[in-house]
Design a binder for this molecule. Structure first.
Ligand code: NAG
Ligand code: NAG
Ligand code: NAG
Length: 304
C-alpha cells in the first residue's frame, strides 16, 4: 500500500517538475494557425438592435435622441442596414403595426440606413431567460445567447455583410455622426471583435472586468471566428456571450490556438461600457474625444 502511495506522489512531483521546469526548454516548438482569417469583401455593415418587449421604451427614446444626435451627415457614403431583432414573434406582438410604423417612419433611420429591417427570433419561453444565479454567483442569459450566436449562421447576414454591430437598446449616442464613426471603425485592418472594456468600476476587480462588452463590432462570415464563437458557446453555454468570449481567450486550454487570433480582439473607445452604473454625459464629452456611443441605463444630463 505504501509503495503505491509513494509511487503516486513521485509521479505527481515528476509531472509538476516537468510542467514547470522542463516543458519550455525541452519541448519548444513553434506552431502555426490552422485557420487563416478571411479578407474583407467590401460588404456593408449591419447594425443589429436585439430587443425584448420591455426594451421598446428605450428604442422609442433613442429614436427621439437621434434628432439631436444625428447618426450621419448628408454626405455619408457608407452602406449600412439596421435590423431590429425581436426576441419573440414580432407580428404577433405588434398586431396593430404601431411599432412598425414608428421604425419605418423615422426620418433619422430613413436618411442614414439603406434598409430598416425587422426580424423575429421566435424564442420559446424556456429559451428566453435572463437571471442571476446566487448559487453560482454569475449571470445566466440563455435569452441573449439565443439572440446572438444564431445571427452568425444566417445566410443573408453571412453573404451580405462584413461586420455587424450589436447595439442593445440601452446604447445611446453622446455625439452626432455616431453611425459614421462606427462605420469608420470597420475600415482598415480586419478584426473579429472591437469594443469597450468595463468603465463602470473604480478599479478592475475580477478578470471578467477585462471583457469586451457585447455591444461591439463583430466579423461576419469568417470560418475561423465562427469556430471561436462555437467553442465559446459550447464551453460556457448560457453565460453572457461577451463574458464567454473573454473567458475563452483567457482559458489556458485554448492558448495554443487563441494566440493566433488575440490580435483580432480590439479594445476601443468609440463606444464605452458603463453597465448599470451612473455616468455623466458631460464628463465623457470632456474626457473622451473619440467616444460617440455609451452603453448603460444610468446616463445623467441627457439633453432630451
Ligand atoms: C407569428 O405570429 C403570426 C401572427 O399570429 C403567425 O401567423 C405566425 O405563424 C407566427 N410565427 C411563428 C414562427 O410562430
Ligand atoms: C396599438 O396597441 C398598443 C398596445 O398594444 C396601444 O397602446 C396603441 O394605442 C394601439 N395603437 C393603435 C393605433 O390602435
Ligand atoms: C470618418 O472618417 C472620415 C475619413 O477619414 C473622416 O473625414 C470623418 O471625420 C470620420 N467621421 C467620424 C464621425 O469620425
Amino acid at each position: 500500500m505504501k509503495t503505491v502511495l509513494y509511487s503516486v506522489i513521485l509521479v505527481i512531483l515528476l509531472s509538476l517538475l516537468h510542467e514547470h521546469y522542463f516543458l519550455n526548454s525541452w519541448k519548444v516548438h513553434v506552431t502555426y494557425p490552422e485557420c487563416i482569417p478571411l479578407r474583407k469583401r467590401n460588404l456593408p455593415l449591419l447594425v443589429v438592435v436585439p430587443f425584448t418587449k420591455k426594451d421598446w421604451y428605450y428604442i422609442e427614446k433613442n429614436l427621439r435622441l437621434y434628432s439631436s444626435y444625428s447618426p450621419c451627415s448628408t454626405n455619408f457614403d457608407g452602406t449600412v442596414d439596421i435590423l431590429f431583432w425581436f426576441h419573440r414573434n414580432w407580428t404577433e406582438w405588434d398586431r396593430n403595426r404601431t411599432a412598425l410604423k414608428v421604425l419605418f417612419e423615422s426620418e433619422q433611420l430613413k436618411s442614414c440606413f439603406r434598409s430598416v429591417l425587422v426580424g423575429s427570433a421566435n424564442l420559446k419561453p424556456n429559451e428566453d431567460l435572463y437571471y442571476y444565479s446566487f448559487l453560482k454567483l454569475s449571470h445566466y442569459s440563455p435569452g441573449t445567447c439565443n439572440m446572438f450566436y444564431p445571427l452568425f449562421k444566417k445566410n443573408f447576414i453571412r453573404n451580405g455583410y462584413d461586420y455587424l454591430f450589436i447595439m442593445e437598446p440601452d446604447v445611446s449616442p453622446i455625439r452626432s455622426l455616431w453611425l459614421e464613426a462606427v462605420h469608420n471603425e470597420t475600415k482598415g485592418k480586419v478584426f473579429y471583435q472591437k469594443g469597450s472594456i468595463a468603465q463602470y468600476a473604480k478599479r478592475i476587480t475580477t478578470q471578467h472586468d477585462y471583457h469586451i462588452n457585447g455591444n461591439a463590432l463583430y466579423r461576419i462570415g469568417d470560418p475561423c471566428f465562427d469556430r471561436i464563437l462555437e467553442t465559446a458557446q459550447k464551453t460556457y453555454k448560457d453565460a453572457p456571450f461577451d463574458g464567454a468570449l473573454h473567458a475563452l481567450r483567457m482559458n489556458k486550454r485554448y492558448h495554443a490556438w487563441m494566440r493566433y487570433y488575440s490580435h483580432l480582439f480590439i479594445y476601443s473607445d468609440f463606444i464605452l461600457n458603463f453597465g448599470d452604473n451612473t455616468f455623466s454625459e458631460q464628463h465623457i464629452l470632456d474626457k473622451w474625444p473619440n467616444t460617440f456611443l455609451v452603453h448603460g441605463k444610468g446616463r445623467l444630463n441627457t439633453s432630451s
